[in-house]
Design a protein around this ligand. Structure first.
Ligand SMILES: [Zn+2]
Length: 586
């Protein structure tokens, strides 16, 4: 069967916004919540374990329907961000979920307050739900009263969540103008990015200038939205919930010790020099004295090699199959069930993601496929995510999702398998060299770039508390870039607006370090795979199939990895150091 770029079918969720099925789902949740409110009186410290587990399972049933409603609305919105109905439903669903969550909030509050002995007794009977229950209790010291928690939930709908929807609505409608071969084109951000990574040096510069001209024109407003979100984050998490610092909130949600994240970021900034060496090497390859910031993703060879969509899918399946046939079967299922939205359309969200709705449902994947080698890599990446969720499908709705730091494991590993396949099949030396350089480009983009985003976020949270202006933040961002690039890259002023163009730092503060975490982890795992061969495979599949059913540190400790140690993180950089040295000798 030949595959072609498609729009996905969301029919497995609901037929449409107007369908009776979707309305019934809302009603169903309300009924379930109403009956759940009846268990309030049954909660006491000596509650019978089987009765307790029955309550947990009922709450899972409700969570399943809410996940489906959320997914249908979110996926519809992402496939057309200008669709008014989807926009309206986004707000409605957020409000609905917050209201329902508020009505069943008493359960998690009771659970967090319960004495350790009884909690342990109930967790021992919880089987696959154990880690979910344990993790909730981590938040005990940061939990407020029921009334306060309810107010925060309701106020978030029209507060932080609304600001984020607005940020998306404003930035997704941006049109970028670029003159190509004497003709002015109107482009989406994704289409513009193709020129940023293209072979034409002048177009690269013009594309970046246009990107930050457009963002910069709204810079003060987007920056103000960011300041507001950071104040909200700090008011809630530091002042009210008493987290030690803004980043500690994310660390506890990721269930990663603060020391492990500190070790990662510290080792990353020490190793920025590896990439500075790389950028100097890249300048020599491109025949220039010094790389401009515009050039860091420039291809080394002038190869416009395009990959037909069908050929790309086959390459991805083949590379997965060479590791384990079941991985290829899973990837293929995502396509065969029409859960992939891969065509480029105006109003569709840029970039790519994978959305896993329920353990027993094939995940949905969004791509904007344009035929470049990068697009094939992205396809492998997002399908890696899908496979990760599918391998964990034996867990429950609360534990099948891996936590953020492990969430990029299968995706980056998938990309590396694909790269290896590309290298094995490519006979043209210049294309091979291009692939090798791209691998380091990507490592830069996921490790150092994201680590420096996280370092910027730490600084920005601090500065906003001290009443910094938007311009102060832009200045701090430029300093951050100077430290990152040293004397290896020439920076121009428009990059002061880069930070307002990064959705992650708005939507999910401190998300970004998970990319660096995942990629360094994968370098280390891939080294093990090369050294051990088949022996490694079950170990790796075990990490993936654990999903989110254990703490990340525990899942990795079982595979012999200590994430608190600087030496472990340095090991990932040592692999990169070696790769760059090899390129320097070419
Ligand atoms: Zn990813």
């Amino acid at each position: 069967m030949a595959y072609a770029p498609t729009r996905w079918s969301l029919g497995e969720l609901y037929p449409s916004f107007a369908s009776p099925e979707l309305q019934a789902a809302f009603d169903n949740v309300e009924e379930q919540v109403m009956s759940f409110e009846g268990v309030r009186d049954k909660l006491n410290p000596d509650i019978d374990a089987s009765q307790f587990m029955e309550i947990v399972r009922v709450s899972e049933e409700t969570a399943r329907i809410i996940n489906k409603i959320y997914a249908f609305t979110g996926l519809s919105f992402n496939s057309d961000t200008q669709d008014q109905i989807a926009q309206t439903y986004m707000a409605r669903v957020q409000q609905f979920a917050a209201q329902m969550q508020n009505r069943i909030l008493f359960f998690s509050l009771w659970w967090k307050e319960l004495d350790d002995l009884n909690a342990e007794r109930l967790m021992n009977a919880a089987g696959d739900y154990r880690y979910y229950l344990e993790e909730m209790r981590h938040f005990k010291p940061h939990t407020l009263s029921e009334a306060e928690e309810k107010i925060i939930n309701i106020k978030d709908v029209t507060g932080a969540a609304a600001l984020n929807t607005l940020y998306d609505a404003i930035t997704n409608r941006y049109v970028f103008k670029l003159e190509v071969d004497g003709e002015t084109k109107e482009l989406t951000r994704g289409q513009l990015t193709a020129y940023v990574q293209g072979p034409d040096a002048e177009l690269r510069a013009k594309a970046y200038q246009e990107l930050y001209r457009v963002y910069g024109a709204d810079g003060l407003i987007l920056g103000q939205m960011y300041q507001t979100l950071l104040r909200d984050w700090s008011n809630e998490n530091v002042d009210l919930r008493k987290f030690a610092s803004p980043i500690s909130t994310r660390n506890l949600q990721n269930d990663i010790p603060d020391e492990a994240v500190d070790a990662l970021l510290e080792v990353a900034s020490k190793n920025a020099k590896i990439f500075q060496r790389y950028f100097k090497l890249k300048a020599r390859q491109l025949g220039v004295n010094k790389l401009r910031r515009y050039d860091i993703y420039a291809p080394i060879a002038n190869s416009d090699k395009k990959f037909e969509y069908d050929a790309a899918t086959k390459m991805v399946f083949d590379s997965f199959r060479s590791f384990d046939p079941q991985l290829a079967e899973m990837a293929q299922r995502v396509f065969d069930q029409n859960h992939v939205d891969s065509e480029v359309r105006k109003g569709k969200r840029d970039g790519a993601f994978c959305w896993s709705v329920l353990p027993d449902m094939t995940p949905y994947v969004l791509l904007n496929y344009q035929g470049r080698a990068r697009d094939v890599a992205t396809m492998a990446h997002e399908l890696g995510h899908a496979i990760h969720a599918m391998l964990a499908s034996h867990h429950n709705t609360f534990t099948f999702h891996s936590s953020l730091p492990l969430a990029e494991t299968a995706s980056t590993f998938g990309e590396m398998m694909l790269t290896e396949k590309l290298l094995a099949e490519e006979k043209d030396e210049s294309v091979r060299r291009d692939i090798l350089f791209k691998q380091i480009d990507d490592a830069y983009a996921t490790i150092i770039r994201q680590s420096y985003f996280a370092l910027f976020e730490k600084q920005a949270h601090d500065m906003v508390q001290k009443n910094a202006s938007v311009n102060d933040l832009s200045a701090a961002y430029m300093e951050n870039l100077k430290e990152q690039f040293g004397d290896s890259v020439e920076l121009s002023d428009e990059f002061q607006w880069e930070w307002v163009s990064i959705p992650h730092i708005y939507h999910t503060p401190f998300y970004v370090y998970a990319y660096a975490f995942g990629q360094l982890l994968v370098f280390s795992l891939y080294q093990q795979f090369k050294a051990e061969g088949d022996v490694f495979k079950p170990k790796y599949l075990k990490i993936l199939s654990a999903g989110g059913s254990e703490a990340p540190a525990k899942i990795l400790a079982d595979a012999g990895i200590d994430i608190r140690s600087a030496r472990f993180w340095q090991g990932g950089f040592d692999v990169l150091d070696k790769l760059v040295s090899e390129l320097e000798r070419l």
